[in-house]
Design a binder for this molecule. Structure first.
Ligand SMILES: [Zn+2]
Length: 228
């Protein structure tokens, strides 16, 4: 999964408006950001095999540090601890940031081929292979992103008149990018993939910071958790 992960970021932002939407965009993709860095360092590996799945050409054959169940839990715990200690956020907000990190693994399981180990590389690998069904995988991405966008946009309002257009533009851009992803040409090399993906994650986080600044969230109904 790629853009669909941001549905979780938008939903967590709704629950905890004090968390930065840009930070939550990075949190939901932290495992992929680290995967790209580890590819460039030669620590984790992928092969580009055109037609490997109907959705993308990536044979993700060695990613135990970022995309194992154990790895995802440890990175989520580390992220929660960082939010707690470095940003001095309340424990509940830090836990939600950690949950956003872990949600990446949960949403990867249905779409990946069996390449997500439980712990070390030699352990049982998870993956329900929905990437073999291009339009099913695309529908799942759009459902996750769409649900997050609908929740966030319906419960927030623009601070300025231009904020309304930014929300419309950002939503249309994210939905269009989701639809284009399975049809993009394969990158020339794993390193090129890593650089392109890292650039996309940073650019989309910057877009989220911009969107965040342009909107105010309505208070949650009585009985729901407070803003901070
Ligand atoms: Zn991933």
């Amino acid at each position: 999964m790629f853009i669909g992960h941001y549905g979780v970021s938008l939903a967590v932002k709704r629950l905890r408006p004090s968390l930065s939407l840009g930070g939550l965009f990075l949190a939901a993709q932290l495992l992929d950001v680290l995967f790209c860095v580890f590819i460039l360092l030669g620590v984790e590996k992928l092969r580009i095999v055109p037609g490997f799945t109907a959705y993308n050409p990536y044979d993700l054959y060695f990613m135990p540090y970022t995309h194992s169940l154990l790895g995802a839990l440890l990175w989520a715990g580390a992220a929660a601890l960082a939010v707690l200690l470095l940003w001095r956020a309340p424990a509940a907000a830090a836990a939600l940031a950690g949950l956003a990190v872990f949600s990446h693994f949960v949403l990867d399981v249905p779409v990946h081929t069996p390449d997500l180990p439980l712990a070390a590389e030699s352990t049982f690998k998870l993956g329900l292979s929905l990437w073999n069904y291009r339009f099913v995988a695309l529908a799942l991405e759009l459902a996750c992103l769409g649900a997050g966008l609908a929740l966030y946009l319906s419960t927030s309002r623009p601070r300025t008149p231009s904020g309304r257009w930014l929300a419309l533009g950002a939503s249309a851009f994210l939905l269009a990018l989701t639809c284009a992803t399975p049809f993009l040409p394969p990158p020339p090399s794993p390193a090129a993939f890593a650089v392109q993906a890292l650039g996309s994650y940073l650019a989309l986080a910057a877009l989220a910071v911009w969107l965040d600044r342009s909107r105010t969230l309505a208070p949650l109904p009585q009985g729901a958790p407070a803003g901070r």
